[in-house]
Design a protein around this ligand. Structure first.
Ligand code: ASP
Ligand code: MG
Length: 302
């Protein structure tokens, strides 16, 4: 059964990739190639939920290069270079604490579909993602009905718009660690707004300490699907936010040089393909849907 399950997960992953790729092409997005090594990458913090223990790095010909944690900074640079709507399916390496083994949703290497829209707003991303989520689920139900049946997974149809809460509301209702409890209390995906996250997520100019960002949360306990935001794009704001986060501005020199006369306003997000497949298949652990498991705290076999 285990090897049969692997084949079913591989087929469903393939259909998810096909649908998502076609969807973004249909919507006029340009597909970019991923970057794996760069002097700059997503700092992934400060995020109260992050348990990444270090950034993967190599030294090559005297240069220190980080393994991509997400394509966010390259997305902003690509937008600045004139690509108005873009997406990338990129390997992300996030060296999570072994304590994450039991979470069911953490991997130290996964594939993220990252997209960005020049001049985009939060509402543009909501509309796009809700259509994509519904479409992907319908596509897999149609193309992989036998697999879903054998896996014992029934997925409810869900309607747009998804429910929307601020993280302040969620904390009040479900406690500081709201994600799993809130996810379990829902049967359809929902949006969580306003996290204190990385410097590139825009702080609301009208309400300092509040952010123009969002997470999409899967229901039934599956938890976070996507993180994204309207972006900080003004040089002074970016510098101020990097300073506030006590990041080493020197590590972002190339990015800051390109941002000197401003990035372009944009909004986007990124979601893990494996987490989407886990939600669709109902797998116990996100590593179960990978052909080559990358679960923190487990030895890598191949
Ligand atoms: N890709 C995400 C974004 O667009 C960042 C992340 O990976 O959490 O904001
Ligand atoms: Mg996130």
């Amino acid at each position: 059964m285990e090897s049969r399950k692997k084949l079913m997960h591989a087929k469903i992953t393939s259909e998810v990739l096909r649908y998502c790729t076609d969807f973004f092409h249909r919507k006029g997005f340009v597909q970019l190639m991923p970057v794996i090594l760069s002097p700059i990458t997503d700092p992934l913090g400060p995020d109260p939920g992050s348990t990444v223990i270090k950034t993967g790095e190599i030294e090559y010909l005297g240069q220190r290069l980080s393994l991509t944690q997400s394509m966010i900074l390259h997305k902003q640079i690509a937008v600045k270079q004139g690509i108005k709507k873009l997406f990338i399916i990129s390997p992300n390496v996030r060296l999570e604490s072994p304590a994450r083994k039991e979470s069911g949703k953490h991997l130290f290497e996964f594939s993220q579909l990252d997209f960005e829209i020049e001049g985009g707003k939060r509402e543009d991303v909501f509309g796009l993602m809700e259509e994509l989520m519904k479409g992907t689920v319908e596509h897999v139900k149609k193309e992989c009905a036998d697999e879903l049946h054998i896996l014992g997974r029934t997925l409810p149809a869900f309607s747009s718009p998804f429910s929307c809460y601020t993280t302040h509301e969620l904390e009040e209702k479900y406690g500081a660690d709201w994600e799993t409890a809130a996810s379990l209390a829902h049967s359809a995906p929902f949006w969580a707004l306003c996290h204190r996250r990385e410097f590139y997520d825009k702080e609301d100019p009208a309400e300092p300490g509040h952010y123009r960002n969002y997470d999409l949360i899967y229901p039934e306990g599956f938890g976070e699907a996507l993180s994204g935001a309207e972006r900080e794009y003004e040089y002074e704001r970016i510098i101020a936010r990097i300073g506030k986060d006590r990041l080493d501005a020197g590590r972002y020199a190339a990015y800051l040089e390109l941002a000197r006369d401003g990035m372009l306003p944009s909004a986007g997000g990124g979601f893990g393909i494996e987490r989407l497949v886990r939600y669709i298949t109902g797998a116990k652990h996100v590593g179960d849907v990978q052909l080559f498991r990358r679960v923190p705290g487990e030895q890598v076999i191949v």
